[in-house]
Design a protein around this ligand. Sequence first.
Ligand code: GLN
Length: 198
Amino acid sequence: MRIGVIALQGDFAEHIAMLSRLDVDAFPVRLPSQLDELDGLVIPGGESTTLNRLMTEYALIEPVTELAYQGLPVWGTCAGMVLLAKTVTNSADGSLGIMNIEVERNAFGRQVDSFESELSIPALGDHPFPGVFIRAPVIRAVAAGVEILCQLPDGAIVAARQGNCLASSFHPELTGDFRFHSYFLSLDGRHAFTKGSH
Ligand code: GLN
């Protein structure tokens, strides 16, 4: 499998390291030509405003959006999740608008309000998943076709899937738990967007 990780800013190296240990060919993507013949794409955490600007500058927004609509599995973590959202509150910048979710940026406050929490994610099995939240966003609303994968005890949605697209508020790449990455690798064209679902 060939998995690209957008490598313009943020913690792409950690995603690449984790995916490599799962025996896939994971590599950094900086140019549109590197999007050819991928089996999946990760948009990492970082700063969504900067990532959005850089992806625009490197002409990645349109091809990534098109590939997602064609069924390429795309996963956004934290800032990457902000970029996937159709609607973003608490931000002056745009997003790719791929997933039918409304995301609130910096929903837990400032950097000092970062935290770790054990998460219940039924799709990954019974064992709690280590959630690492760094100035994280949350999903405030989802539309039809979006499956909620994880909620905090207060109801805040922190992971969701829409067909081939995946979003998480937290950072599985900063843990020793491979289950979320494995789950992403299990997504394929069978889950593709159908026209009209976005
Ligand atoms: N607060 C950042 C943003 O909204 C996301 C932080 C992160 O990716 N760890 O862009």
